[in-house]
Design a protein. Structure first.
Length: 130
């Protein structure tokens, strides 16, 4: 788990939460309403169904930066490193925004904000070239 120790403890002590490691969603079950999910164990391949009435999918927990490996500077967990409070990467003219560089908040609203920052940084970069 990547959660803080306090959050891990809280989850593990909550009776109605079952943590399934090495497991991923295979299918959402139900017609127009969620009745359950089918999950698959990543190691054994075994599938089983879980009865649920709702589903929340969290995104952005692992940055999709593999294609930049050995090109852009990144930290040990794969987030792109930017200069200070800018969106500038180690390559001039290349900017990073959103979930690939925001390991702290990982929220759509901050991704939109850093997207705007990257656009402004790119505009300034291009303006300095002329």
């Amino acid at each position: 788990m990547r959660a803080s120790k306090a959050m891990q403890h809280r989850v593990n002590k909550t009776d109605n939460i079952e943590v399934l490691f090495n497991t991923e969603l295979d299918e959402v079950l139900g017609d127009n309403v969620v009745d359950g999910v089918r999950v698959v164990h990543n190691v054994t391949g075994k599938k089983h169904e879980i009865s649920v009435t709702g589903l929340f999918i969290a995104i952005g927990h692992k940055p999709n930066t593999e294609l930049f490996k050995d090109v852009l500077d990144m930290d040990e967990t794969g987030y792109l490193i930017t200069e200070g409070k800018t969106t500038k990467t180690n390559i001039p003219g290349v900017f990073a925004a959103g979930d690939v560089q925001d390991k702290e908040y990982r929220q759509a609203v901050t991704a939109a904000g850093t997207g705007c920052m990257a656009a402004l940084d790119a505009e300034r970069y291009l303006g300095a070239l002329s």
